[in-house]
Design a binder for this molecule. Structure first.
Ligand code: CO
Length: 134
């Protein structure tokens, strides 16, 4: 079921500062900040040869990463995103395995315009896992 690692998301208080750090400290190729109001984040995409890193800053009052940043004010790893071929089959498999799907359990359109779901971190080794239909 599980395919490629699509991205690792890191929540940060200041996405421009975070992008500058990735650029200067790691020599990374970084995008300009991209506001995604529907997702409550401003994102910088860090392109690696084999995957992506997404640096996420809260955007708006109801950002889904606001509470995380309150607990981790300097930032921290927020979630991993794995690709799957069929998100409905993957969801049904996860549920049959006893994993809770966040929200109403229906896929929504993620930051890359593809259907995504999130698995409860308590059912996934303490790690928030996003699955994306590739
Ligand atoms: Co993500």
């Amino acid at each position: 079921m599980i395919g490629r690692l699509n991205h690792v998301a890191i929540a940060v208080p200041d996405v421009r500062a975070a992008a500058a750090l990735y650029q200067s400290r790691l020599g990374a190729t970084v995008s300009a900040p991209v506001p995604l109001p529907d997702h409550g984040v401003t994102t910088v995409f860090v392109t690696l040869d084999n995957t992506k890193i997404e640096l996420l800053e809260p955007l708006g009052d109801k950002s889904p990463i606001a509470a995380f940043l309150e607990r981790n004010p300097q930032g921290g790893m927020h979630h991993l995103c794995y690709e799957v071929g069929d998100i409905i089959a993957a969801r049904d498999h996860l549920k049959a395995e006893g994993a809770r799907i966040l929200g109403d359990g229906e896929p929504r359109t993620g930051a890359h315009g593809k259907p995504v779901l999130f698995v409860h971190p308590k059912d996934m080794l303490g790690t928030l896992v996003e699955i994306e239909q590739a």
